[in-house]
Design a protein around this ligand. Structure first.
Ligand SMILES: CC(C)(COP(=O)(O)OP(=O)(O)OC[C@H]1O[C@@H](n2cnc3c(N)ncnc32)[C@H](O)[C@@H]1OP(=O)(O)O)[C@@H](O)C(=O)NCCC(=O)NCCS
Length: 382
């Protein structure tokens, strides 16, 4: 089909319904509110798995044996350290830099320190996937401490991925409950089919650019408030509302003014996002355990009111993760970087899958501008 004979109906805004890739990594059943990683339903993984095991599943297609899991665990621990030069560079960044901008910048910079960063062989891609997944928590935690004027904390190799992140963030090993809650949150966020950031990663990979470029693209896409940035927006909304009595007026006003309420809506789900349902229970339990149910209750009230006004608009993953992270003592602008700590495992799985059966992604556009416009020399322009 030549460009000027393209059918306008194929030029969907937002590529809705367009199949842009084949994948065997994860599947979203939007009608029934189900999510599968490599065919295994998410609920099962959230109950029984660990983030490390989920990472293996996403990268290799099946659950690991004990030996395979141990090997991956050792590799992830080995790669937790950030080059000193990058830590020094981070110390020179403006203190008020957005943590997602810092993560994107440092991830990009990592490529110049990796000796074989341009290598797109399968072995090199798995190696880079391991490195990026291992080191992302270190970048996020380091930035939180640097901007607060605190010493950065070196990773420990006797802690799980989740527990080590909390240790590097807080400078002490926290309680096991916090680490296990974060571990589940990391499992829930690990992959989600062809979402915007994963698509960005695959587009970059399809040019045979390196893994670091793909993940840098993905982090840039995740940052937006319509995507990963929504969890921060949910918390800002809760802070703005403050008390349960104000929920109805606030939500009614937002709906009347056609404002998008963060944490609601999804391109694929017609039923509630299964990740949100799991997070709702965890957020309530953690709120109760910490004696701080204020934010959970506020979130629940918003959900109730939205259910009355917009019964067909489901909650999404970002709705209950906000109050959960907040009660765990995490800064609001660190919520999206925590999403990235998990999703880097899915992005890298998609890059590996893309390169294994690659064709450059180059969609068509329907040209809507003028034709045959004469070039007017600068001196003749009015
Ligand atoms: C996720 C999201 C970007 C999906 O966008 P989309 O598939 O392009 O859907 P649209 O923006 O076209 O929304 C479809 C309809 O639902 C409404 N809608 C969607 N999300 C809404 C929300 N969060 N609050 C209020 N109304 C919403 C839209 O206004 C639109 O209504 P209309 O048909 O009367 O104009 C969108 O739902 C959104 O912006 N949500 C808030 C941000 C968020 O939570 N993102 C995290 C996603 S995991």
């Amino acid at each position: 089909m030549s460009n000027n004979t393209l059918d306008a109906s194929t030029a969907d805004r937002g590529l809705e319904g367009v199949v842009a890739a084949r994948t065997a990594i994860s599947h979203v059943d939007g009608e029934n509110g189900r999510l599968y990683y490599r065919g295994i339903e998410l609920n099962e993984l959230a109950k029984a798995s660990t983030f490390e095991e989920t990472v293996y599943l996403l990268w290799h297609g099946s659950l690991p044996t004990r030996a395979q899991l141990d090997e991956l665990d050792r590799a992830l621990k080995r790669h937790r350290h950030l080059p000193e030069e990058l830590l020094r560079t981070m110390e020179r960044l403006p203190q008020n830099s957005n943590p997602m901008a810092v993560l994107r910048t440092v991830t990009s910079a990592l490529s110049v320190f990796a000796p074989n960063s341009d290598d797109t062989s399968h072995e090199a891609l798995v190696e880079h996937a391991t490195y990026l997944t291992a080191v992302t928590p270190t970048i996020v935690a380091a930035w939180e401490r640097i901007r607060q004027g605190k010493e950065t904390v070196q990773p420990r190799d006797d802690l799980s991925h989740a527990a080590n992140f909390l240790y590097m963030l807080n400078g002490e090993v926290g309680n096991e409950r916090a680490a296990s809650v974060l571990d589940i949150a990391l499992i829930l966020h690990a992959d989600h089919s062809l979402n915007a950031s994963t698509f960005a990663a695959r587009v970059t990979a399809s040019t045979l650019a390196d893994m670091f470029s793909s993940i840098t693209s993905a982090i840039g896409a995740l940052k937006g408030p319509l995507h990963g940035g929504a969890n921060e927006q949910v918390m800002r909304m809760l802070k703005a509302i403050q008390s349960p009595e104000r929920v109805t007026a606030w939500v009614d006003d937002a709906v009347a003014n056609k404002k998008k309420i963060p944490g609601f809506g999804h391109r694929v789900y017609r039923a509630d996002d299964p990740r949100a349902l799991i997070l709702r229970t965890i957020a309530r339990d953690v709120g109760e355990a910490n004696g701080d149910l204020q934010w959970y209750e506020l979130t629940e009230r918003i959900e109730q009111r939205m259910g009355e006004l917009k019964p067909n608009l489901p909650i999404n993953v970002d709705f209950y993760s906000a109050s959960l992270y907040y009660v765990l003592g995490i800064s609001i602008d660190m919520f999206t970087p925590i999403f990235a700590i998990s999703r880097v495992s899915g992005w890298t799985a998609h890059v590996i899958e893309q390169i294994a059966n690659n064709r450059i992604m180059r969609p068509a556009a329907l040209y809507t501008g003028p034709m045959d416009v004469r070039y007017v020399p600068l001196t003749e322009r009015g």
